[in-house]
Ligand binder design. Structure first.
Ligand code: ZN
Length: 213
């Protein structure tokens, strides 16, 4: 029987021992933990005013890379949402805003100024620099975050690192994941196991459909 045993765990990192699992499945689970579990990231940005020295695309790119704490229980992926709307709805996106206002000294706008309409989905850190503005310059944006997977773009990676180490025994591996902060390492591994079994189920279905044809 395959089994999974927690070896160590803290807020950032978790290691589990996988027993009785073939290497290819253990490795598939590692990859899913890295980029197959959905997390929030900023996807579209409406620039209302940007008189900083950084181009609009540069601002949008930096916003996309800010890890956002993710609650998967209240939201669905845009592609699976019933709204079928290009801009999304309250079930599949969260709006965030920045309005720097006027400044009389040169200062750095950080993720602390990114306010979210959702009390949970917001930057995991207040200290991420976005852009420097000088007196007379201003940044005002509206951004939309949605759930995505790292397979689509690295900004949706759920883990910074996911490693698999072979132990001395056959079919026994140690999987370690380190979160970006969007979700807990435990949620990554549980989400990874769920996703892997869903994919295997799908594959089995395809095989049985082929046989019955
Ligand atoms: Zn929707």
């Amino acid at each position: 029987m395959p089994s999974l045993e927690v070896i160590s765990q803290n807020k950032q990192k978790m290691s589990v021992k996988l027993k009785g699992i073939h290497l290819q499945y253990a490795n598939a689970l590692r990859r899913i933990c890295l980029n197959g579990v959905p997390v929030f990231a900023i996807d579209t940005v409406d620039i209302i005013e940007n008189s900083s020295v950084l181009a609009d695309e540069g601002i949008a790119h930096r916003l996309g890379m800010i890890p956002l704490s993710t609650d998967t229980s209240r939201f669905v992926e845009h592609s699976k949402c019933k709204c079928n709307s290009e801009s999304g709805c309250s079930n599949c996106r969260v709006m965030l805003m920045i309005d720097s206002g006027d400044t009389d000294s040169t200062r750095t706008i950080t993720s602390s100024e990114l306010t979210s309409e959702d009390e949970f989905v917001k930057p995991t850190s207040d200290k991420i620099p976005i852009v420097v503005i000088a007196p007379g310059q201003r940044l005002k944006i509206e951004a939309y975050a949605r759930l995505g997977r790292g397979t689509e773009h690295a900004k949706w990676n759920s883990s910074n690192i996911a490693t698999l180490i072979n132990s001395d025994n056959e079919d026994e591996y140690v999987l370690t994941v380190e979160t970006t902060g969007a979700i807990s390492p435990q949620q990554i591994i549980l989400g990874g196991v769920e996703e892997l079994s869903r994919r295997l189920e799908e594959f089995k279905q395809i095989l049985s459909d082929l046989k019955s044809e």
